[in-house]
Write a protein that binds this ligand. Structure first.
Ligand code: UDX
Length: 445
């Protein structure tokens, strides 16, 4: 079975390499020449742990090639759509134009039987619309079936999530659809290992993805809302989350209060979900997601205010070290990154901001060139009046607070992710601040 993967970003490049790793012959296609040149040279154009070796192995054994020429994809019979669906300009809706464009480019080259498997996150109803569009483009030359197989991969764990997903969801237009057999063959290894497969209609499959992301976003904003009350009441949100997490109906995961969610998925997906519900007439169903979004966005401003207050009420002339600018650890992605937003806001507020991130520096520099980017943790800490833990990379959690104290000008730390060992930092002479937890001052210890 020959496969094409259309779109080679975080999702597509990982999917292409993993499908080749599973033994299929794969061509990855993208319109971005620089991306294709990098991938063709065996380098990943973004940071994703574990992807490089799999990519190079697949290329060395000839199972994986990359091209900008979409006509090459016509030699395959299975086509994954992995292009982006960003937030549309001036609206909450998803911009699905890349999904349409890629099919408009591909289908005229097709002959015979083909299956198109959508992986991109799309508004409910998109797959049915694409099937109608594809039928028209294919005419009598080809028989092209569109199905939807949403992707739940997390950046930083993309390879693991692709090879061993926790569930496989497939939306098909009719129960007898041949796409089901094709997809079962593609995921034979995971299915043999017992991975549950939910086969459903197109609309339900599309909805599973956005509903999952909306739920995760809601869980994070819930605990961040509780965090606001904790601050008002002098309580500790981390202890609240730990205690809640022991309730199996709730669970501890995604209850980490702090700077909130960002990245290329959660923020735009909850907005697109609201927009689509409105278009469908379910106007009131998802209005709570506006609140989820608002709670999340005010975390950033709140952290800036905490830093300002820790620095004595003004940011002007303060040296602030921001640890991390990726939207989460194990990623170089700075799309809608809360950490980078905070670094930028501190700088615009008059602080001298120095940023260090183990992977995301180039991406951050490209969109926020006016910040100072340090070359390592030592440089970023040097002379700081306040240290902000913004992205919870392991190397920041492993910092020795006593050593760090010798590098800064004033030992003040604001933990934006509630991850540092507060007592160890306090014992090393730091004043320790966080979101949703009481501050600790060395003199009062
Ligand atoms: C998410 C979904 O998890 C994934 O299934 C989907 O396919 C794409 O979107 P990703 O964007 O890679 O994946 O990040 P995720 O690990 O979900 O984290 C999202 C954001 O939430 C990050 O900014 C993270 O820092 C934040 N987060 C996560 C919290 O603030 N608190 C938590 O407890 C968990």
């Amino acid at each position: 079975m020959d496969i094409s993967v259309l779109g080679t970003g975080y999702l597509g490049a990982t999917h292409a390499a993993c499908m080749a790793e599973l033994g299929f012959s794969v061509v990855g296609v993208d319109i971005d020449e620089a991306k294709i040149a990098a991938l063709s040279a065996g380098t990943t154009p973004f940071y994703e742990p574990g992807l490089g070796p799999i990519l190079r192995r697949a290329m060395d054994n000839g199972r994986l090639v990359f091209t900008t020429d979409i006509s090459v994809a016509a030699r395959a019979t299975v086509h994954f759509i992995a292009v982006g669906t960003p937030q549309a300009k001036g609206s909450f809706a998803a911009d699905t134009s890349a999904v349409e464009q890629v099919l408009r480019a591909l289908v005229p080259h097709l002959e015979g039987d083909h299956v198109v498997i959508g992986k991109s996150t799309v508004p409910v109803g998109t797959a049915a619309h694409l099937q109608a569009m594809v039928d028209e483009l294919a005419g009598d030359r080809a028989n092209v079936e569109v199905c939807w197989n949403p992707e739940f991969l997390r950046e930083g764990y993309a390879v693991q999530d692709t090879i061993t997903p926790d569930r496989i969801v497939l939306g098909i237009s009719q129960p007898s659809s041949p796409a089901r057999e094709v997809v079962e063959k593609l995921y034979a290894q995971a299915l043999a290992a017992g991975t549950p497969m939910i086969v459903t209609d197109l609309a339900t499959a599309e909805l599973v993805k956005v509903a999952a992301n909306a739920f995760l976003a809601t869980k994070i904003s819930f605990i961040n809302a509780v965090s606001e009350v904790c601050e008002a009441a002098g309580a500790d949100v981390t202890a609240v989350a730990d205690a809640l997490g022991h309730d199996k109906r709730i669970g501890r995961r995604f209850l980490n209060a702090g700077l909130g969610f960002g990245g290329g998925c959660l923020p735009k997906d909850i907005r697109a979900f609201m927009a689509r519900a409105g278009e469908l007439g379910a106007n009131e169903a998802l209005t709570f997601l506006r609140e989820v979004d608002a709670i999340n966005m005010r975390r950033r401003d709140h952290l800036v205010q905490v830093v300002k207050s820790v620095c004595g009420g003004s940011l002007i002339g303060q040296n602030i070290a921001v640890l991390g600018c990726a939207f989460k650890p194990h990623s170089d992605d700075v799309r809608d990154s809360p950490s980078l937003a905070v670094a930028g806001a501190l700088s615009l507020g008059g602080a001298e901001v120095s940023v260090y991130d183990p992977q995301a520096m180039d991406n951050a520099r490209a969109i926020f060139p006016t910040l100072h980017y340090a070359t390592d943790t030592q440089e970023v800490l040097s002379g700081a009046d306040c240290v902000v833990v913004a992205t919870e990379w392991p190397e920041f959690l492993e910092l020795d607070p006593s050593e760090a104290a010798t590098m800064v000008r004033t030992p003040r730390v604001v933990d934006g992710r509630n991850v540092i060992d507060r007592q160890a930092w306090l014992a090393a002479g730091w004043s320790v601040h966080a979101l949703g937890r009481p501050s600790l001052e060395p003199s009062s210890s």
